[in-house]
Ligand binder design. Structure first.
Ligand code: AP5
Ligand code: MG
Ligand code: ZN
Length: 210
């Protein structure tokens, strides 16, 4: 069966890190609204122009902009899919249920005090979106992506003030989704602290026992 999984969790909880590995090792296709929006901003598309201000302020981009992206992507992918960073609020979750069936929601749990440090020292590959951390997961060569050799950069929303706003928005808008998926009986809570590989094994176990 081609699973459709959503991955929830606060900013910095490891959604991108874990999704990358699930795609590489278990054949999932990633749909990350954050990556797609950043690409749109970088290339200056009409969507990117509209989204940039919201992203730099740590706010959610308006639902209608994101829904169009998701609909288009879901149509074009085949096989098992992971949605990273989508849905982000109740309205998005309800809209998603109208266009496809979600089999599982993974919630990565990490204490808030850890998240700020994870994000302010994160570096992201401009070519393949792989993520690194200067202290916890450093690239082998400084400033270069291990996977593709691309240049690493610091996301414009990874400064402390914006990180704190993203955390506030998460609690207000996205955290209620854990309830939404619990009621549907498809939520899996995963301890998101500790070794990256150990967290990955917990997720794989949860998927395999699905
Ligand atoms: P998005 O790109 O989705 O960002 P986010 O949710 O804030 O999450 P992050 O990407 O910051 O964190 P992550 O959980 O992926 O962690 P990572 O694996 O990188 O969204 C950005 C913006 O786009 C939003 O603010 C909004 O404006 C807009 N947007 C996106 N989707 C939207 C939607 N659906 N609707 C409306 N607006 C939307 O890890 C973080 C760091 O920690 C890395 O450095 C990593 O190396 C390190 N790390 C990972 N795991 C561990 C570990 N176990 N121990 C130590 N360090 C670790
Ligand atoms: Mg991410
Ligand atoms: Zn790369």
């Amino acid at each position: 069966m081609d699973l459709k999984i959503v991955i929830l969790g606060p900013p910095g909880s490891g959604k991108g890190t874990q999704t990358e590995r699930l795609c590489a090792e278990l054949g999932f296709t990633k749909i990350s609204t954050g990556d797609l929006l950043r690409e749109a901003v970088r290339t200056g598309t009409p969507l990117g122009v509209k989204a940039k201000g919201f992203m730099d302020a740590g706010k959610l981009v308006p639902n209608e902009l994101v829904m169009d992206l998701i609909k288009e992507k879901l149509k074009s992918v085949k096989g098992p899919v992971i949605l990273d960073g989508f849905p982000r609020n109740l309205e998005q979750a309800e809209m998603l249920d109208k266009i496809t069936k979600i089999d599982m929601a993974i919630d990565l749990e990490v204490n808030e005090d850890k998240l700020v440090k994870r994000l302010t020292l994160r570096r992201t590959c401009k070519d393949c979106n792989s993520v690194f951390h200067l202290e916890f997961n450093p690239p082998k060569v400084a400033g270069k992506c291990d996977k593709c050799g691309g240049e690493l950069f610091q996301r414009s929303d990874d400064i402390e003030r914006t990180v704190r706003e993203r955390l506030r928005v998460y609690k207000e808008s996205t955290l209620p989704l854990t309830n939404y998926y619990t009621k549907k009986g498809i939520l899996k809570m995963i301890e998101g602290e500790g070794d990256i590989g150990a967290i990955y094994q917990r997720i794989v176990k949860a998927i395999k026992t699905k």
